[in-house]
Design a protein around this ligand. Sequence first.
Ligand code: SF4
Length: 231
Amino acid sequence: MSDSTGTAFRVAEKFLSINGEGLCAGKPAAFIRFTGCNLRCSYCDTRWANDHDCPYEILTIGDIVGYVKFTHAHCVTLTGGEPLLREGIPELCAALMHEDGLRTEIETNGSVSIAELAELRKSGKGELSFTLDYKLPSSGMEKYMLTDNYRYLEKTDSVKFVCGSRDDLKRAAEIIAEYSLDKRCSTIFSPVFGRTEPKDIVDFMIENELMDSRFQLQIHKFVWAPEMRGV
Ligand code: SF4
């Protein structure tokens, strides 16, 4: 989809809030949520943004950069759905990276290659980081995980494990060890909201000496009602 200012995107919502998770958790950020996802996780909390009839607005790269500048946020998070499925994301990221003092973060579900975007970091201009999910067994989507992405990870990136069961925790520990993820980037453990006891995750991390990993709750679900949109 294109117009006179280049690629345009279907955006389900845009808003200014705090980063609820990832390395910049707790910091104010502008959010751009794109429509559509290629996965169907059992615990998905943004299913509405993946439906074919989800409401959206069409925004160009210029519109998105303009909105982010308007918010005065120092961080922008591109999320979904799955943002990396959208044509033109590398061009959008390049434009955002040209904004002085702006950190661009991409939240991706771990099933789509980040190779082209990781290449953008070589320009040395701007900050771009990835929060990559590893979908564990209880999500029902583990078979789609693209572990080849791990070769592109840097210290400013994170791999996030949303854990819904004891088996998920064990699998997360296996994946961290198999790919030496805690040496490459941050590794984050988080509960499936309402399904896993946070304490069980902390106990597991301590029992298994996951000393370089971190535990995180989705802050926005405690500040606002868990099902609330636009926060
Ligand atoms: S990847 Fe994210 S948006 Fe897609 S189905 Fe899973 S939880 Fe929902």
